[in-house]
Design a protein around this ligand. Structure first.
Ligand code: COA
Length: 191
């Protein structure tokens, strides 16, 4: 298994963050505003008074003993970070599963970069991490996100009522998922 392999697809690559990405990361966040925060659990300062975006950058280095792997989506042409795909809740044993979360800076949205980043991430999940299934839990009204899941071959499995607390309210989510078998059949692979 090649857990540290960098995967690429089309115009982007996905890789762990470096401390040198801090400024670009914080710029992406601050220039995106509500485009991102309306879909996220919380915004503003945390209970210790720390800036939310700083905390999110710190979390890029939190691997939770192998249960998380945060990745930056980076444009190959100029090495610019565009967004993030978090591989969360990595479960081994009989499950071999993970839960994906994603966001892209507002100025880069709608150009197909996330589709490429997610394709590269799925190659990493199945070929390098050796997992069997990846899921994503998405609010049904987040159509950019549900259409992204659908375009990479994820399948709508069902609806979970009051599943995650987002901005202070328990909200229904759709569960989208893809197994390695479905992914192989779809013929989509990173470069
Ligand atoms: C969800 C999110 C990551 C999707 O990003 P995105 O930029 O819209 O995704 P893509 O890069 O795949 O681009 C999507 C659109 O660009 C189009 N596109 C694809 N390739 C393209 C290309 N080469 N050039 C131009 N446009 C292209 C797609 O057809 C698609 O349009 P559609 O949604 O009408 O089908 C983004 O909207 C986001 O960060 N939202 C806020 C945070 C969030 O919701 N996170 C997820 C919580 S579950």
């Amino acid at each position: 298994m090649t857990e540290n392999r960098t995967r690429t697809h089309g115009r982007v690559l996905v890789r762990p963050a470096h401390t040198g990405d801090r400024e670009a990361f914080l710029d992406l966040r601050s220039s995106s505003g509500r485009f991102l925060t309306r879909w996220e659990p919380s915004a503003g300062k945390d209970s210790k008074g720390r800036d939310h975006d700083e905390v999110l950058f710190e979390r890029m280095f939190d691997l939770d003993g192998g249960r998380r792997k945060p990745l930056l989506v980076v444009r190959k042409e100029d090495e610019k970070p565009l967004g993030v795909i978090n591989i969360n809740e990595i479960s081994r044993g009989v499950f071999q599963n993970c839960a994906l979360g994603w966001w892209i800076g507002r100025e880069h949205a709608g150009q197909g970069y996330m589709h490429e980043g997610l394709a590269a991430t799925l190659s990493h999940v199945f070929l390098d991490l050796g997992l069997h299934r990846a899921e994503a839990n998405i609010q049904p009204e987040n159509t950019p996100s549900t259409s992204l899941a659908e375009r990479v071959g994820m399948v709508l499995e069902g609806r979970s009522e009051r599943y995650l607390k987002i901005r202070g309210r328990w909200r229904d989510h759709e569960r989208w998922a893809i197994t390695i078998e479905t992914w192989r059949r779809s013929g989509q692979k990173g470069d």
